[in-house]
Design a protein around this ligand. Structure first.
Ligand code: GDP
Ligand code: IMO
Ligand code: MG
Length: 429
């Protein structure tokens, strides 16, 4: 019996959705514990694709799922996403989904502030998803957020909104934006309250009880460790902790609830939005990876930046997230390349280093040191057993394991659910 955390080990879009869906067959509960609808998790089952942003990926298998308190919830998006997957035949009712009563809400003013900041000439452009994630987390930490449970107390909701607006309207005046009236926010929330409240629950207690009954919990991370607010490429990060440790406070369980950490790792590297990316290939190689890997953002449709595998950052994530094993995804995208490069260290101001430095300046100056491996001409796409892999592909996998200090537990060879090779079951560790 084990509870497993799935965490992105690069800059997001590593294939977490596919792996969570695959693993959820073995789990009893699937929990989202951070982020919001900035995430875009794609699952492909028998050629049909499902795109989830806020809802846990376990729902596609009908697994009992939870949106933990560490998630920021846009209530209108919540309702819309449920409708969207209902149209694909997946029914989401309170029988299969609960939301933490203490989860903070994303309001229209958060979305507007996100966009105002991104569009301002004086600000630092992060290239956010413009979904209000950062501003909503700021209000949570600032102790003025409206939370799910507040929807159930309409008599005091107006006071809370007014208190929130003393902050936001001052900010908006300073940015030259129109002030917001409390009634507008009140109406916006009341329009969806009845559709959210049936899902509300004391999630910390529910999860603890299920855990004690011996149920297996699968924690579904969003984004990736390099987008972590503390450990990522700050300030080009998201506004939550994305490292595996967040699974506990983001769901209301203690750290001892986690038994195994699975790092989802793409066989090359991608990033959406601004910020340092040492192994980026703004050339034919990047174009090849982008086209082969269909590297377009699920949420914003933006083209993802592509580059070689960076063992330095993944090795760092193995340490900052306490990764036991990895799920290596998109190996098939490398099929047909004559040679494949892997970053094994950085050069910073004439010195060799083996970590990503913390400062923004140093991060932008590091130069990758590459090792070149021989590619393979055979196809790995759709392989379902280790024996189907060409020798050079196995060599590549083994070298990645050596460089990052973690072994491959799962290998993914296409977007399809079943094109997955199990090497070591995280739930049986
Ligand atoms: P997530 O945010 O980590 O869930 O990843 P995304 O869903 O945003 O992006 C990963 C993309 O790669 C999705 O379109 C998946 O369907 C696809 N994908 C996942 N695993 C594989 C794989 O092994 N091979 C290929 N070719 N595509 C994959
Ligand atoms: P999944 O779960 C890739 C990036 C944005 C931007 C930065 C901050 O699908 O892996 P935000 O809107 O969060 O304030 O944007 O973080 N970003 C992601 N990049 N995958 C994601 O999620 C991301 N979620 C946010 O592009 O650079
Ligand atoms: Mg994604």
């Amino acid at each position: 019996m084990a509870n497993v955390v799935v965490v992105g080990s690069q800059w997001g879009d590593e294939g977490k959705g596919k792996i969570v869906d695959w693993l959820s067959e073995r789990a009893d509960v699937v929990v989202r514990y951070q982020g919001g609808h900035n995430a875009g998790h794609t699952l492909v089952i028998d050629g049909v694709s499902y795109k989830l942003s806020l809802l846990p990926s376990g729902l596609v298998r009908g697994k009992f799922s939870v949106i933990g308190n560490g998630v920021v919830v846009d209530p209108h998006h919540f309702v819309a996403e449920i409708a969207k997957i209902a149209a694909q035949g997946i029914s989401v009712t309170p029988d299969v989904l609960r939301i933490a009563e203490n989860a903070p809400l994303i309001l229209s003013l958060h979305r507007e502030l996100d966009a105002l900041r991104e569009d301002s000439n004086s600000g630092l452009k992060i290239g956010t998803t413009r979904r209000g994630i950062g501003p909503a987390y700021e209000d949570k930490v600032g102790r003025r957020a409206i939370r799910v449970c507040d929807l159930g107390e309409p008599e005091t909701l107006m006071d809370k909104i007014e208190r929130l607006l003393t902050h936001h309207n001052a900010l908006r005046r300073g940015m030259g934006a129109a002030e917001v009236e409390a009634q507008v926010i009140h109406d916006e929330l009341m329009a969806v309250a009845d559709q959210i409240l049936p899902f509300m629950d004391r999630v910390w207690e529910l999860l603890d009880e299920r855990r004690k009954r011996g149920e297996r919990i699968l924690f579904e991370g969003a984004q990736g460790a390099l987008l972590d607010n503390d450990h990522g490429t700050y300030p080009f990060v998201t506004s939550s902790n994305t490292v595996a440790g967040q699974a506990a406070p983001g769901s209301g369980l203690g750290p001892t609830a986690v038994d195994y950490v699975l790092g989802i790792t793409k066989a090359y590297t991608t990033r959406v939005g601004e910020g340092p990316f040492p192994t980026e290939q703004d050339n034919e190689t990047g174009q090849f990876l982008g086209e082969r890997g269909h590297e377009f953002g699920t949420v914003t449709g933006r083209k993802r930046r592509c580059g070689w595998f960076d063992a330095v950052i993944v090795k760092q994530t193995v340490r900052t997230s306490g990764i036991h094993g990895i799920a290596l995804t998109k190996l098939d995208v490398l099929d047909g390349l004559d040679e494949i490069k892997v970053c094994v260290g950085y050069e910073l101001d004439g010195e060799r280093i083996d970590h990503l430095p913390a400062s923004m300046g140093a991060q932008s100056r590091v130069k990758p040191i590459y090792e070149t491996l021989e590619g393979w001409k055979e196809t790995t796409a759709g392989a379902r057993s280790w024996a189907e892999l060409p020798a050079q592909a196995i060599k590549y996998v083994r070298r990645v394991e050596e460089l990052i200090g973690a072994t491959v537990a799962l290998l993914s060879t296409s977007p399809e659910r079943e094109d997955t090779i199990l090497v070591q079951d995280p739930f049986q560790d």
